[in-house]
Ligand binder design. Structure first.
Ligand code: URP
Ligand code: ZN
Ligand code: ZN
Length: 492
């Protein structure tokens, strides 16, 4: 077989384990894996002394999102360039209908944002914000290739908030269509009450941005996760909890999975490496996001959940705001644009603080960043694994080389980073997307607009074949993938 490119001599992470050898690429696909492939006539990419991992899927991003009275500052151009530098080859954004719009109009709007700009492949979760109007539009979206839907339990002022009736009804439909509901789980009414209690000039002068953590105790997230899990259990509809930040949440998910509830949980890199002491900083307001950063004990529990299996995915919830945008708070924490940049640092954080610090193996990290998200979101085996027939989406990283996080030298539009000054390994020396080199020698070289929209037909555990239990998603992708899918020639 004629190969166009051969990646030579890397430490290759596949679903069946790691081997030192070569990856052959023909067109956009991985065509061969082997200990030593014939590279005659092919472009050779030297990966000796490097790890070669499947391209990362960041399945939780908000690019160019109108939110909190402004628009998030990374669009499909800067956001996907930032992702590529961190080995991200697929993003999933959230298409949110505005003011009277249908689900279809929301998808059309998001297509326009991405087309001509995205460097990497993408698709959208479709957000259901007005149940009465949207409930009969869900099937049409499934037919259009969208299999993941989203509801927010908060954000009433944005017009996005869903109630229990909507969640229950949507989960019934997810069961019927083999699709999945993502939920932002925070308890709106109690949160409103706590915010109202503290929202006085005296409190704001005294506590500033600390009020963000003071008004969101862990039970705000825990109660909401419990309630969403209840509706999943009652309906049998596939549920996915986004950006889980608490130890209590991880406990609830573990118990629910043990009784067979079809629920999957995601956390984000920031909840694994930061805690709410950042709100004591003078620039603490920059770190405001929903849910907010929690305590060191929560951080440890989330790492444990990644190892134990109740946390299946690490994403970013990228929702970038510049210092100027964040300054809109002007002393009132309820007016801070909520969210942080993250796409560029997802893999470096997971690699440095997960793999290099001994919390995850390389294979486990690759499962949480690539294989699990691809399977859960209905993109596997096209995305998420190094195997014959998959898209040639790959990240080549040096095992040790570190870089200081410096916003002025980064691709993100953010003029700050939650991780500024941190020394991180795991930035991509080379990123390939469908066989194209889009990052070379740590610099973005790919063409804007080359990214393609990804159509899907399933999601959740339904997308993993019959009977795949939630727990098996967790410990790396080894168990559920058959060895014959891999066809590794001569690999040790
Ligand atoms: O603070 C955040 N997370 N901003 C983005 C919107 C959301 O809730 O995911
Ligand atoms: Zn959210
Ligand atoms: Zn989000």
């Amino acid at each position: 077989m004629r190969l166009d490119k051969v990646i030579k001599g890397g430490n290759v992470v596949t679903p069946a384990g790691t081997f030192t050898g070569d990856i052959g690429i023909a067109g956009e696909k991985i065509a061969a894996l082997g200990a030593s492939l014939d590279a005659e006539g092919a472009q050779v990419i030297d990966a000796r002394g490097h790890h070669v991992i499947p391209g990362v899927l960041d399945v939780h991003v908000h690019l160019e999102l109108p939110f909190c009275g402004t628009v998030s500052a990374d669009d499909y151009r800067t956001g996907t360039r930032a992702g590529a530098r961190g080995g991200v080859t697929t993003v999933i954004d959230f298409a949110i209908p505005y003011a009277g719009e249908s689900l279809g109009q929301a998808a059309d709007n998001w297509h326009k944002k991405a087309e001509g700009k995205s460097l990497i492949d993408y698709t959208f979760h479709i957000c259901i914000t007005r149940w009465n109007d949207h409930k009969d539009q869900i099937k049409e979206m499934v037919d259009r290739g969208f299999t993941t839907f989203k509801e927010f339990m908060i954000y009433e002022s944005e017009g996005w908030q869903s109630d229990d009736r909507a969640m229950f009804g949507t989960l019934e439909k997810m069961k019927e269509y083999g699709t999945m509901l993502l939920v932002h789980a925070e308890s709106a009414r109690v949160l409103d009450e706590l915010i109202a209690r503290y929202h006085t000039p005296e409190m704001m002068t005294k506590y500033g941005a600390r009020l963000h953590r003071m008004t969101r105790p862990n039970f705000i997230e825990a109660e909401a996760i419990q309630r969403a899990v209840q509706w999943s259990e009652a309906t049998g509809g596939q549920l996915y909890i986004v950006h889980m930040s608490t130890a209590e949440g991880a406990d609830i998910i573990r118990a629910a999975q043990a009784r067979g509830v079809p629920v999957i949980a995601e956390t984000c890199a920031q909840y694994l490496v930061l805690d709410d002491s950042v709100f004591d900083r003078e620039d603490g307001h920059l770190f405001a996001c929903c849910p907010q950063l929690k305590k060191p004990a929560d951080v440890e529990r989330l790492w444990k959940g990644l190892r134990g299996g109740e946390v299946s995915v690490i994403s970013t919830d990228t929702c970038t705001f510049t210092r100027e945008q964040k300054a809109m708070w002007n002393g009132d924490w309820t007016k801070i644009p909520m969210g942080m940049p993250g796409l560029e640092t997802l893999l470096p954080l997971a690699y440095t603080h997960g793999v290099l610090e001994g919390r995850l193996t390389l294979e486990e990290m690759s499962a949480k960043l690539s294989t699990n998200p691809a399977r859960i979101m209905g993109l596997y085996p096209r995305k998420g694994a190094i195997q014959i027939g998959a898209d040639a989406d790959l990240a080549i990283i040096h095992p040790q080389r570190r870089e200081t996080v410096t916003p002025s030298r980064m691709e993100t539009n953010a003029d700050w980073s939650p991780f500024e000054g941190w020394q991180l390994a795991g930035f991509a020396r080379t990123t390939l997307s469908r066989g194209d080199v889009i990052v070379d020698d740590y610099r973005v070289v790919g063409r804007e607009g080359r990214g393609q929209w990804l159509s899907r037909t399933s999601a959740g555990l339904a997308g993993m074949g019959s009977g795949a239990p939630a727990m098996r998603l967790s410990r790396g992708p080894l168990a559920p993938i058959r060895a014959e899918e891999l066809e590794i020639a001569g690999a040790s």
